[in-house]
Design a protein. Structure first.
Lengths: 157, 93
């Protein structure tokens, strides 16, 4: 994970658009300027970044489901619970399930676990719209390759 | 069994915190009830779930933007319920 760049997904473990599920892994860095402020003497991953991690994980599932034909943007967070502190160096496994593929929007349920213990869960809703430009689309495809999204899901790219 | 309108009105009342008495078949969701786009997405999600359908909101929005339909066609609740009934019938047919 590179927190300052909002890179919350290191690698895809499983991606199954037909089964509407994704699992990914990410390693919380040992060092980050974020930990200097959150909090001095007690560095923990901010809860908003846990939510962002679920949102990005579910976002990759939505992108793969749509074969990169449109981009999901975070719209709404429901029932978010931060259940435990997350410290520098912890490995996180995030799972997201697509529970509704609406017209122009999508809904996922996601959770983060570390060491077999659930640390966060939330329902995320996205507005799904055409990519605003080729720069973003190209960058998303590049990132998709880096984290291990299979090329078969790039059909509309 | 509740009518389509009763179900939709209940969803709107619960989702948007609007008094049930003010929700009529002739009410326009935006102009009369003041539902904004984010709240309407909540309503759409609840309707999709309640009726087991996928309201084609992108298509409807495109029709309005292209001047092929007015917002009344999709946002006046009586009309919206008619479209929902058609989607339910198409699904079961």
């Amino acid at each position: 994970m590179r927190l300052e760049y909002f890179q919350m997904v290191d690698r895809i473990l499983d991606l199954d658009p037909a089964g509407r599920i994704i699992r990914m892994e990410g390693d919380v860095p040992e060092q980050s300027p974020i930990f200097e402020g959150h909090f001095p003497g007690h560095p923990i991953l901010p809860g908003v970044l846990m939510i962002e991690t679920i949102a990005q994980t579910g976002g990759w599932l939505v992108l793969a489901t749509l074969r990169f034909a449109a981009m999901p943007f975070l719209l709404q967070v429901e029932k978010a619970k931060m259940r435990s502190f997350v410290s520098p160096g912890q490995r996180l496994e995030t799972t997201a399930r697509l529970i509704h593929d609406g017209s122009g929007y999508a809904v996922v349920e996601g959770s983060i676990a570390s060491g077999g213990k659930k640390v966060c869960d939330a329902e995320i809703r996205y507005r799904v719209v055409p990519f605003p430009n080729d720069t973003l689309r190209g960058q998303m495809l590049e990132t998709a390759r880096r984290i291990g999204v299979a090329e078969e899901y790039f059909a509309h790219a | 069994m509740s009518s389509t309108f009763e179900t939709v009105a209940g969803i709107i009342a619960d989702t948007c915190d609007i008094e049930s008495d003010t929700i009529k078949a002739e009410s326009h969701a935006i102009n009369d009830l003041g539902i904004d786009s984010l709240d309407f997405l909540d309503v759409a999600y609840a309707i999709d779930k309640a009726f087991g359908i996928k309201m084609p909101m992108e298509q409807w929005t495109q029709e309005v933007n292209d001047g092929k339909a007015t917002t009344d066609e999709y946002f006046v609740l009586g009309n919206l319920c008619r479209h929902i009934d058609a989607l339910v019938a198409a699904k079961s047919g």
